[in-house]
Design a protein around this ligand. Structure first.
Ligand code: CP
Length: 310
């Protein structure tokens, strides 16, 4: 990785910041890092002397661990901040919190925040590079990149593949980032769910809409099953979880009944027995843990390429 190519953006605030060349560069770099991760010595010195702060104002398991591991594999110095155990609870603002962290000579900030646009806001006020690790119901760019990378790994390419995203599209940052990323790469995208959980503007993004799960699954090569984001729902969007599961839950009987063998994805965290049953999540058709594995390599690629623009 001597002759480093550059991304077109200093920050990764959303897939909106990336063009197709950027995404393909991230994938090539991630494939190289994945090979490194499968070696006995998994660490490279690429980000030695780079300090990265992971600041999480919202809970996370996968994204947080994955970023931290990616940073350690790249030999970066890392500091971790969780809002629940910080002075945010004493009334400190986002900018004050981040400026205090930056005063400790931090080069890059990986941030998760419950408000859409928090990363964009911060990028206008601080000099450090920012990676959005999920902002409200807006974007989750590294999730979309690792999802598309996993589809590419499975099928050799993303272009021409049919991907259905099933569930709570309205409250999902994963859905928006996936749609933007998959469309950039030439995939056909469909969303499927109850009318109340599909935003009215979705057609303007060039995606198909289907309310019948069986029809959607028979159309697709890949089904990306989303969790119901109860934490972001202020009103009731469907009568009960039981009814949602009856209409939109994926179980083995449905999977075996389809005309073809499809690939099943899920960004996690999974609610087993709601949007997906255990026998599907743990089946051969599921690439859920491949997604998690690829997340480290993809995040290494993002951090490495952004650091090249310091
Ligand atoms: N997929 C995802 O963002 O999971 P976490 O909330 O655990 O980070």
């Amino acid at each position: 990785m001597a002759d480093q190519q550059k991304l077109s953006s200093r920050h990764l605030l959303g897939i909106k910041d990336l063009n197709r060349n950027d995404i393909e560069l991230i994938f090539e770099t991630a494939a190289n890092f994945k090979a490194v991760l499968n070696r006995p010595i998994k660490k490279v010195p690429s980000l030695r002397d780079v300090t990265i702060a992971n600041i999480f104002f919202e809970n996370s398991t996968r994204t947080r661990l994955s970023f931290e591991l990616a940073q350690k594999r790249l030999s970066a110095d890392t500091v971790n901040f969780a809002a629940a155990s910080s002075s945010v609870s004493k009334g400190e603002t986002l900018i004050d919190t981040v400026n205090n962290i930056l005063a400790m000579k931090v080069d890059m900030v990986v941030m998760r925040h419950p408000y859409a646009g928090a990363g964009i806001f911060l990028s206008r006020h601080i000099k450090a590079q920012i990676v959005n690790a999920g902002d409200g119901a807006h974007e989750h760019p590294t999730q979309a990149l690792l999802d598309a990378f996993s589809i590419r790994e499975k099928y050799g390419e993303v272009s021409g593949k049919k991907v259905v995203i099933v569930g709570d599209i309205l409250h999902s940052r994963v859905a928006l980032s996936n749609i933007l990323c998959l469309k950039q790469l030439g995939a056909e995208v469909m969303v499927c769910g109850p009318t109340t959980l599909i935003p009215k503007f979705i057609g303007s993004l060039g995606v198909k809409v289907e309310h019948n799960l069986i029809k959607a699954l028979n159309w697709c090569d890949v089904a990306n099953m989303l969790r119901i984001q109860l934490e972001r729902q202020d009103i009731k969007y469907f009568p009960s979880l039981r009814e949602y599961t009856m209409l939109y839950g994926l179980n083995k009987k449905i999977l075996d009944f389809l005309d073809k063998e499809i690939t099943v994805m899920h960004p996690g965290p999974i609610n087993r027995g709601v949007e997906i049953t255990s026998d599907v999540a743990d089946s051969k058709q599921s690439i859920i843990l491949d997604q998690v594995e690829n997340g480290v390599a993809v995040r290494m690629a993002v951090l490495y390429l952004l650091a090249g623009q310091m």
